[in-house]
Design a protein around this ligand. Structure first.
Ligand code: ATP
Length: 353
């Protein structure tokens, strides 16, 4: 099912938790709602489920306006961070419960519950109580319970944050698999950009209630809409050199060189800008002529991650680990075309060519 929101707004008194958000979400995809704490992710999810009434705007499921429908009428499956399983019920009873409410016959409830228990790989534990399961297993039960009603929409609110690091990675792959197998349009709230990038088809990145970019996951990395997006997505964090645009290049603060790249950005002379570059966009070829100094270096697989000083700033790049590097060395660098962006320092808006 396709989801559309139009000027969606939620205010709590003075606080604008979600500010006039308009977007259309494709059917059958896994969409991450991503952003720092307090940016409005959970509020957005709760408006989609119907738990929270909207202040302004509309929500459409396919062509139907569901803005004023109660949660039970929206046919959504919800999974929370704390699983919220019924402790006195077995796994089977937990999964069956939504069907019992819907007055589905006992035989059919059990058949469907077993089908979903199998999908989430917990069919061996049907007779256990939640406290006899690990965190990851409890989360699987919660997902099966949400899916058993054949919801049109699956909403997951930080579903992995109570799990340890290794299990988190395992479970995110499981969520991806389950979502693909079930084909249900799924929203997944997280503040972890790596988690969002690893599993989602699309990411909506938010800041202070406002959408920064809604796009295919790889586009947030390759084509960030603004400096906030460029900075939030990616590890190591994107390099950022602040300076002045002058004579067709960037004069970085604290440095006398004018850095020229292959780009033809439309920038006014004298503008304060930020030259941002992914670590893998830094080159170390013989003809490269931008002077830097090595501050630190770390082994990173077959490469060395070097931390370089240029003017008042540091930047990181990957260099072949066979090249001998010492702290204090002078090292010339260049910039590739891809993975290099220019932003307005004040507004964070991107300059295009
Ligand atoms: P987190 O990652 O910390 O869960 P979030 O991105 O999910 O954050 P929300 O919980 O949606 O953020 O909150 C968005 C903003 O709305 C915050 O400033 C928050 O303090 C505020 N807010 C949320 N719920 C309420 C409420 N019931 N009453 C008042 N303010 C609220």
């Amino acid at each position: 099912m396709r989801v559309k929101v139009k000027n969606l707004t939620k205010r709590f008194g003075e606080v604008i938790a979600v500010n006039s958000l308009t977007a259309e979400f494709e059917s059958g995809k896994l969409i991450a709602l991503l952003g720092p704490s307090g940016c409005g992710k959970t509020t957005m999810l709760n408006m989609l489920s119907g738990i929270l009434p909207v202040t302004e705007g509309q929500i459409f499921f396919d062509e139907k306006d569901v803005t004023d429908l109660t949660p039970d009428k929206r046919e959504v499956g919800l999974v929370f961070q704390n699983y919220a399983l019924y402790p006195h019920m077995t796994v089977l009873e937990n999964i069956c419960f939504p069907l019992k409410i819907k007055k589905v016959s006992k035989a059919e409830r059990i058949e469907r519950a077993k089908e979903f228990a199998k999908m989430v790989h917990i069919e061996e534990y049907l007779n256990r109580k939640p406290k006899e399961l690990s965190g990851g297993q409890q989360q699987r039960v919660a997902i099966a319970r949400a899916l058993v009603k054949n919801p049109k929409l699956l909403l997951l609110d930080e579903p992995l944050s109570n799990l340890d690091a290794k299990l988190r990675v395992e479970m995110r792959e499981e969520i991806r698999r389950i979502q693909r197998e079930s084909g249900v349009t799924t929203f997944f709230v997280t503040h972890d950009q790596e988690e969002a990038s690893a599993i989602s088809d699309y990411i909506m990145l938010m800041k202070l209630g406002e959408m920064q970019q809604y796009d295919k996951t790889r586009n947030l990395y390759n084509q960030p809409a603004n400096l906030f997006v460029a900075d939030f997505i990616g590890s190591p964090t994107i390099n950022q050199l602040h300076g002045v645009y002058t004579k067709g290049g960037i004069k970085v603060d604290g440095d006398n060189q004018i850095i020229k790249t292959n780009h033809k950005w439309q920038v006014e002379e004298g503008s304060r800008v930020v030259l941002a570059s992914r670590a893998e966009a830094i080159t170390f070829n013989d003809k490269d002529d931008i002077k830097t100094k090595v501050v630190e270096s770390y082994l990173s697989g077959k490469d060395t991650l070097v931390n370089l000083k240029i003017g008042s700033y540091n930047l990181r790049g990957y260099i072949d680990a066979t090249k001998p590097i010492k702290i204090g060395d002078n090292l010339n660098i260049g910039f590739k075309t891809e993975g290099v962006f220019l932003f307005d320092e004040l507004t964070g808006e991107r300059y295009y060519e």
